[in-house]
Design a protein around this ligand. Sequence first.
Ligand code: NAD
Ligand code: 2HG
Length: 524
Amino acid sequence: MYRVLVADSMSEEGLLPFKDNPSIELVQKKVSEVESSLSNFDALLVRSATTVNEDLLVKMPNLKIIARAGVGVDNIDVDAATKYGVIVINAPDGNTISTAEHTFAMMASLVRHIPQANISVKSREWSRTSFVGMELAGKHLGIIGFGRIGSEIAKRARAFEMKIHVFDPFLTKARAEKLGVDLCTLDEVLAIADIITVHTPLTKETKGLLGNENLAKTKKGVYLINCARGGIIDESAVIEYLENGHIAGMALDVFEVEPPINNRLLEFDQVITTPHLGASTREAQLNVANQVAREVTEFFQGKPVTSAINMPALSKDIYDKIQPFYDLSKKMGILLSQCMNEPIQEISITYAGSVTDLETSFISKGLLAGFLKARIDTTVNEVNAAMVSKSLGITFGDKISSNNYGYSNSISVIAFGENKSFEIRGTYVPNYGGRIVNLDGFNIDFIPEGNLLYILHRDRPGVIGRVGKILGDNEINIATMQVGRREIGGEAIMMLSFDKPLKKEVVETLLHVPDIVTIRKIEI
Ligand SMILES: NC(=O)c1ccc[n+]([C@@H]2O[C@H](COP(=O)([O-])OP(=O)(O)OC[C@H]3O[C@@H](n4cnc5c(N)ncnc54)[C@H](O)[C@@H]3O)[C@@H](O)[C@H]2O)c1
Ligand SMILES: O=C(O)CC[C@@H](O)C(=O)O
């Protein structure tokens, strides 16, 4: 049974994937109302009201996934979630249209003074000369941040015959041309725009983007719109520009502090506002709640997440192709950790053959997580593996090679310790599964699964027989046995598998067999 906490208000219909699922228990309460049972939850769903910080994560040790029913994850400490191995997902496009439409409604209201005129008429005034507006047709619209919402606004602005200028450092010229917009520098947008609307996330780079320095570069009489995140337009910097009339008006759906109780901007008639309503339509709320509810349900069923913020997002098709290699790599990591059970400084993975067509970074994180799992007592998975490895001082890298050792695909991993290293090579054979084909330089062929015993010994007559006898005397059935050697009479290995874990005493007896050098009991 998985327990899901929905901490902010969400569309009931959107949450149906949880309600219809007998293996999910749904609790719709604020975090403060379930303080005493926070440790029971496997998933947490939020909008923007709940702040998910490290303090909360510490109280939720069972948490596996945090879902933001919306786009912005600035209320979630993604780094802390990553540190604890918790996946963060969002619903990236469920509210795009609603927010673009809201921005457009704000733009039209702003330049035609609709909110102010509405108040005036309701106050029984009839002052037609006080609300003379500005046409949108022919005006220069500056869009800062040209992602999902920015580009939907451009479509609508074109229908209003506006001239569109875009600044987005991550937008290529080719894409801008395809979308029919004028790709500019920030300074060019600031200089030409009659109306500027921001649609970036709130990041270190975008915080205060429209602050003193850049506001000075805008046209006198400019209109500003923020339906993205409070803080992209510097609220204290705009006061002076509103007071001296440089800014003709502003439309704000979002604020640096929400709700904006003591915010001076609310005192200006030319500032129109809404209480963070961009995504507040029935359609958008249904979309985002449904999108995250389906994704969380699928995650519990072991399916890939497609909109993860802190790990590569994989489509089902791609995941299906990656999965066999991912499973093999995870097992290789577990095997490596037990074969090389001493401090290590570096792990290096090499891919060759058909696996190189896939998202190998995901496969590598699976291997690293498998390796680290046995070494630390906190959750480690593909989300936090790189971070945990760094904190343990283990460098980690992967590369592609043309040497596939004669297999159609090959994954090799070497762990480097202070004085020694250990290498494992595996391959995935369709219909046969993942196999280990080389262990520390010995050619071998075994399935990395179950209770295994790795024995390094000298290649002398009778060693295998004596091992078999000891196991037989202890009523232990050998399920499979593979052997390999480098040269006649040199070092050799055995890899045995058993139906049950081997007792410690048996391993100790085996260690006394002449010519046995080392034994490693392995569980995968
Ligand atoms: N008001 C609301 O209710 C509401 C609803 C949905 C989204 N939003 C907010 O709107 C914003 C945009 O959402 P989206 O879905 O379009 O996101 P998106 O990721 O599709 O687009 C963001 C764009 O910003 C660009 N960008 C990043 N840094 C930039 C910078 N320094 N300068 C200029 N451009 C930069 C990116 O390249 C990207 O194209 C997000 O912050 C989101 O939280 C608000
Ligand atoms: O939950 C909301 O209504 C706001 C959503 C919006 O800010 C977002 O980033 O998606």
